[in-house]
Design a protein around this ligand. Sequence first.
Ligand SMILES: NC(=O)c1ccc[n+]([C@@H]2O[C@H](COP(=O)([O-])OP(=O)(O)OC[C@H]3O[C@@H](n4cnc5c(N)ncnc54)[C@H](OP(=O)(O)O)[C@@H]3O)[C@@H](O)[C@H]2O)c1
Length: 251
Amino acid sequence: MSISNTTRTVLVTGASRGLGAAIALELAATGAHVAVNYFNSAVAAEGICQQITAYGGRAVAFKADVRDEDEVARLVQEVEASLGTIDILVINATGPQPFQSIEEQTWRSHLDQLEFFVKSPLLLLKAVLPGMKQRGFGRVINIGSEVFELGNPRFANYVAAKGAQLGLTRSWARELAPFGITVNLVAPGWIPVERHVDAPQREIDAYTAGVPMQHMGLPVDVAKAVAFLASDGAGFITGQSLAVNGGNTLN
Ligand SMILES: NC(=O)c1ccc[n+]([C@@H]2O[C@H](COP(=O)([O-])OP(=O)(O)OC[C@H]3O[C@@H](n4cnc5c(N)ncnc54)[C@H](OP(=O)(O)O)[C@@H]3O)[C@@H](O)[C@H]2O)c1
């Protein structure tokens, strides 16, 4: 299904693997031209682009550290020179997410998460905003997490940063609505990706026992929600958080 009558250009950060790769593949399948951002995994990012071009889509891989102001400015310049001005921004990249008690946590460990979920979104939005405002169209989709609703223990730095990302979403949505730019957040539950390959089955069973749908989600479940919010048809939806977690935060 196409998301627009116009060919859209999308930047997906952290799209070399995990949820970002699924989002890139899904948006490319809707006809969008996709910038696949990566940091370390060049071969994987090229592999995602090859999958897209194999079925007639258009995708290019771009290396950049999305926490660095100069690299974000260069990234957006390179994407726009190669694929056209960015209509849709998916803020997805994440670094390591270690579980730590309050005693183990430091201000530095909080900054580590805030750099991905506050600093990087700010840098990215500021870089794409002139083009979106000029065209009177934009879709900004933050990838948040259900953990903000659940308040997971030993995870306060990540939970707080994901909460802050929701705050950005809500404030940006109100400020940018007059310009035809929507800002929303997709909040996945635990969706196993490559980095969860060693997750013990008992942990998966314990998680799914609490999920009303009684099973784990797939990366494509998240990707479909992102594609909907990126579509022209979602133009009257802004400032929202959409949980993709089988009903895990229904209470
Ligand atoms: N999977 C889940 O269960 C889950 C649940 C809730 C929320 N989320 C959220 O969903 C998003 C994606 O998570 P994921 O599980 O798919 O992560 P992941 O599989 O660990 O992938 C992380 C991605 O971010 C990229 N990345 C890391 N550091 C970067 C940097 N400095 N600059 C640019 N890119 C960088 C990685 O690229 P390289 O490999 O090239 O370094 C990779 O493509 C995150 O925002 C996460 O918080 C995930």
